[in-house]
Design a protein around this ligand. Structure first.
Ligand SMILES: Nc1ncnc2c1ncn2[C@@H]1O[C@H](COP(=O)(O)OP(=O)(O)OP(=O)(O)O)[C@@H](O)[C@H]1O
Ligand SMILES: [Mg+2]
Length: 507
């Protein structure tokens, strides 16, 4: 359902330079994250920044924003050389970086977030709340969205939080906007609107740096593409001169064969079965997933696909006529109870899913599987490290080692750790919302192989919610299609095609 993204922006003529980053180098305790990276950005230009997980994309942007200082190199912004600048100065110069991990204050309202640190005052020195709310409403309406200015940001969907971030940037008259993987949290129609906004603002002269692992987005929205690999800039090209294959090869440094592994499914008895599941989003939904089966769930954003997964592991208090999963004969009442019975959920919003950001990888991966390592009454650090190391190798997590603080990992690598944690908990039924969101193309293949091994060799039942139809077709034995909280289609492996799935999803 990312098929219809075709919002090509106009190719710009030579325009004044907005930004030049030259020979940027950054080391973290001896590890070289960026090695003499140079690129430039014209006014009104959209540059895509691509590369595998850990290639250095976010680090480069944090140097631009002043969040990190570089160890070497120069930055020229709107014709001025920048010496050491702090984040506030960069912001004042018109650069807004919207990070992968959003930085909004969840307890404040939308309007307060947009005007954070610069609330307008009335003549008597009080905060002018009318102006705050009116300004916030204008900023959001300009983007074509309708979000209440007095809503608490913590209550918004991740997609809407992203829109608030962009509104905040635009209301500060940003002239360069960096979007670090916006599509990881946006639905298809929201992404479409975002592309409309980018194209319009680019025409007005705003420059964009757009980071994404989804190549079709790169082709749809960018004028030029900058490719990073292992901290080096390996190519800068006009996007129109590239093909998908060329781009992948530059990113991973080798030819990639098909990403979907061969399957030898051995489908067994039912692993989880539910009848007439109902909650505010789901209407009498019934399904059975069998041992060794990979079941897809497709549908447009808002069709109830994510709610279905959440309901199966006890979130949102869904009711059902019957529920069976191993020795469990009633709906789990919490994700914790679900996990104790072998049902694990990998949610859409991974960053907020119980990673202890200050702790190391081994701790985080071990936490849900404590039983296994603690068997003899103590938690063996050695066992924990060994286990974590195995997952690091298996999932190709880019990190100095199992004792690295997880908060220092790149976004995609943190996600792989959440998956490792779930695998380590010994689940029998895995519920995975968007298995490869934010994951680079090389690692994507590893994840598919891993899921296929878990199903074909270990007999796990896996339910995948995905908006990437090729992924569903390439991986699943069967797929359900949802619309408005109901299952409206069911297709077996040989019957699946993008057209048929879309058909069941839309009318
Ligand atoms: N604060 C830090 N301390 C130590 N190492 C870090 C820190 N920040 C980043 N790194 C390392 O620098 C490298 C580049 O990370 P970066 O976050 O820039 O990657 P990325 O290209 O944004 O990846 P992704 O696509 O996964 O978001 C990684 O190896 C990462 O572990
Ligand atoms: Mg990143």
């Amino acid at each position: 359902m990312r098929m219809d993204i075709a919002m090509n922006v106009h190719v710009t003529d030579k325009r004044p330079l907005a930004l030049r980053m030259e020979n940027i180098t950054k080391r973290f305790r001896g590890v070289v994250a960026l090695d003499q990276v140079s690129f430039d950005l014209q006014a009104g230009e959209v540059v895509a920044l691509v590369g595998e997980n850990g290639a250095g994309k976010s680090t480069l942007m944090k140097i631009l924003s002043g969040a990190y200082q570089c160890d070497g190199g120069k930055i020229e912004l709107f014709g001025k050389m920048l010496a050491r600048a702090n984040p506030q100065q960069i912001l004042d110069l018109g650069v807004a970086v919207i990070y992968q991990e959003l930085l909004l204050a969840n307890d404040l309202t939308v309007a307060e977030n947009i005007y954070l640190g610069r609330l307008p005052k009335t003549r008597s020195g009080l905060i002018d709340w009318n102006a705050v709310h009116a300004g916030a409403r204008r900023a959001i309406a300009r983007l074509g969205f309708d979000i209440a200015s007095d809503a608490k940001v913590g209550d918004l969907s991740v997609a809407h939080r992203q829109i608030v971030e962009i509104a905040k940037a635009m209301s500060r008259d940003a002239r360069i906007v960096v979007l670090d993987e916006p599509s990881a949290v946006l639905g298809d129609s929201e992404l479409q609107s975002l592309f409309g906004i980018i194209a319009k603002l680019a025409e007005e002269g705003v420059s964009f740096i757009y980071i994404s692992h989804r190549l079709e987005e790169i082709f749809a929205i960018s004028h030029r593409t900058v490719v990073l690999r292992d901290g080096r800039c390996v190519a800068i090209a006009k996007t129109g001169d590239l093909t998908k294959d060329k781009l992948v090869k530059m990113m991973v440094g080798r030819e990639m064969s098909s990403v979907y592994p061969d399957r030898q499914p051995r489908i067994g008895p039912p692993a989880l079965s539910v009848q007439n599941l109902t909650n505010p989003w789901l209407k009498d939904t019934s399904l059975t997933v069998r041992q060794g089966e990979i079941l897809g769930v497709c549908g447009l954003a808002g069709s109830g696909r994510t709610e279905l997964l959440r309901a199966l592991c006890g979130v949102d208090g869904a009711k059902s006529k019957s529920f069976t999963c191993g020795d469990l004969n009633s709906m789990p009442t919490s994700p914790k109870q679900a996990l104790a019975h072998g049902i694990g959920l990998l949610p859409e919003d991974r960053r907020h899913q119980g990673l202890f950001i200050e702790q190391d990888l081994a701790f985080n991966i071990a936490i849900a599987g404590l039983g296994a390592i603690r068997r003899r009454g103590f938690l063996s650090r050695r066992a924990e490290t060994r286990m974590a190391k195995a997952y690091i190798d298996q999932l190709r997590v880019k990190t100095p080692g199992p004792r690295e603080t997880i908060g220092n990992l790149s976004g995609g690598n943190q996600q792989k750790c959440v998956l490792a944690k779930l695998l380590n908990a010994g689940c029998k039924v895995l519920l995975i919302d968007e298995p490869t969101r934010g994951v680079d193309i090389g690692a994507r293949r590893e994840i598919y192989q891993l899921l296929v091994d878990l199903a074909d060799r270990q007999g796990l039942a896996i339910i995948i919610v995905s908006s990437e139809l090729p992924e569903v077709i390439g991986l699943c034995d069967r797929t359900l299609v949802m619309r408005a909280g109901r299952i409206t289609g069911e297709l077996m492996r040989g019957e699946m095609s993008e057209e048929r799935i879309m058909h069941a999803a839309t009318d």
